[in-house]
Design a binder for this molecule. Structure first.
Ligand code: NAD
Ligand code: WQD
Length: 383
């Protein structure tokens, strides 16, 4: 028995004694391999979505949306930046459990096994490394993890004929934007190894439908590249969220840690940008809205009007918020103090970046619904 082979099936066992019927809902795993195959034959469960990196920040919120929509969720995560606790909390929130496999997406044998033992309707690929500064210090780790994991995953998907993919891309692929708001067909570039890894993966994925054309396959790739802007916030329960162990790189965790007293003050990087108040402007998006965007993308991939080949979608609100506006909203809504000082610009930062998310609205029927107040309230609630 291999302990990692936990299969996502449940069965009702019933027994009748003296005209009383006793029932139990039992998880089927490798202790009951025979049942597993019988159930597979009956196709008794809803579509299974494989979520790589599902124990992480955006992945765990997406698991909630998938479970609530009735999907079966299979997570693979090596837990290098998360813990299994987040998935237990996902189960508490939804009343439904996720099947968890602890493993690395770069493990070819494991990925082959996952795809041969499960009928995966679609895969969401979150797993990867994401810190810009760290990627400059250790580019090879970033190329290895981000690119190799996608390569191994796509090979396993192709072999299994399971070719519906949602990929976690980033607004960072737009580099230093020339015009705003950003639409999906604007020029792409990278300013650091993290961004370059996302760009390379996007390009790699664009080659797949081309190969389908040559092969004249009747089971082509359908890929949604979701370009996230600046995810913030947490589930309203306050039980899952982002918890950086080091000094935070991003604005929101720095604000919450300052408000709670773990940091003495926030440094605001730059006050002389050509923006509303001189501080940097970004398109902050509530992580629950982002998670719902993934659900919509999966539903699109599984619908009759699926994506033909590869399509990129901006997931943002379309609203630019400055650092000072964010700090003020946080302090007011939560009635807390956020001491700050204005300092030099951070190297590599752009003045402003925000999305035109019209394509996601038109094609995925998705738009961000949560407000700035929701973002700052839920971030604080989680902290
Ligand atoms: P996260 O670190 O919280 O989640 C990533 C998860 O992947 C973690 O649980 C980690 O343990 C796991 N993981 C990493 N490498 C793995 C591997 N090789 N095999 C298996 N598991 C692995 O990060 P997140 O914020 O949830 O980001 C998810 C994805 O979204 C990433 O690809 C990231 O680049 C992308 N993204 C994030 C942001 C952001 O600001 N958070 C913005 C744009 C894009
Ligand atoms: C936001 C604004 C800072 C911290 C990064 C990645 C990007 C994406 C999201 C993954 C800027 C200012 C910040 C602080 C500050 N991640 N700031 N003091 O730089 O837009 O994007 O995260 O794909 O790839 O580059 O986000 O949260 O770091 O900064 O003044 O202590 O807050 O200057 O204007 P950024 P951020």
């Amino acid at each position: 028995i291999k302990s990692r082979r936990i299969m996502p099936y449940k069965v009702i066992l019933s027994i009748s004694i003296n005209h009383h019927v006793y029932c139990a809902l039992v998880d089927i795993n490798d202790y009951f391999p025979a049942y597993r195959h019988i159930l597979k034959g009956f196709n008794m469960h809803s579509p299974t979505i494989l979520v790589t990196g599902g124990a992480g920040y955006i992945g765990s919120h997406t698991c909630i949306e998938l479970l609530n929509a009735g999907f079966y969720v299979l997570v693979i995560d090596n837990l290098q930046n998360s813990s299994e606790e987040s998935l237990k909390r996902v189960a508490d929130i939804t009343g439904k459990s996720v099947t968890f496999i602890k493993g690395d997406v770069r493990d070819k044998e494991l990925m082959k096994e996952i795809f041969s033992e499960n009928k995966i309707a679609a895969t969401i690929h979150f797993a990867g490394l994401k810190a810009v500064g760290e990627s400059c210090a250790m580019p090879l780790e970033y190329y290895d993890n981000n690119i190799n994991s996608t390569l191994v995953l796509c090979q396993a998907m192709e072999k299994a004929g399971s070719k519906n993919l949602v990929f976690s891309s980033s607004a960072t692929v737009y580099g230093d934007p020339e015009t705003l708001p950003l639409t999906e067909n604007m020029p792409l570039s990278a300013t650091n190894p993290y961004g370059r890894s996302k760009l390379i993966i996007e390009e790699m994925l664009r080659d797949l439908p081309e190969s389908d054309k040559l092969k004249k396959t009747d089971n082509p790739w359908s890929v949604a590249l979701l370009r996230y802007f600046n995810p913030v916030g947490a589930h309203e329960s306050g039980s899952i969220g982002e918890d950086p162990s080091d000094i935070p790189n991003n604005l929101m965790p720095f604000i919450t840690q300052t408000a709670v007293g773990r940091r003495t003050e926030l440094s605001i990087f730059g006050s002389d940008y050509d923006t509303v108040d001189g501080t940097g402007v970004r398109d902050y998006i509530h992580v629950v809205d982002l998670a719902r965007g993934h659900l919509k993308a999966v539903q699109k991939l599984l619908s009759k009007e699926s994506i033909e080949g590869v399509q990129a979608y901006n997931l943002g609100t379309g609203n630019g918020i400055s650092v000072l506006e964010m700090v003020k909203a946080f302090a007011e809504v939560n009635n807390v103090k956020v001491p700050y000082k204005l300092v030099e610009r951070r190297p590599g930062d752009v003045a402003a970046c925000y999305a035109d998310a019209t394509r996601a609205k038109m094609e995925l029927d998705w738009e961000a619904g949560m407000s700035l107040d929701d973002m700052v309230r839920d971030s604080w609630n989680w902290q």
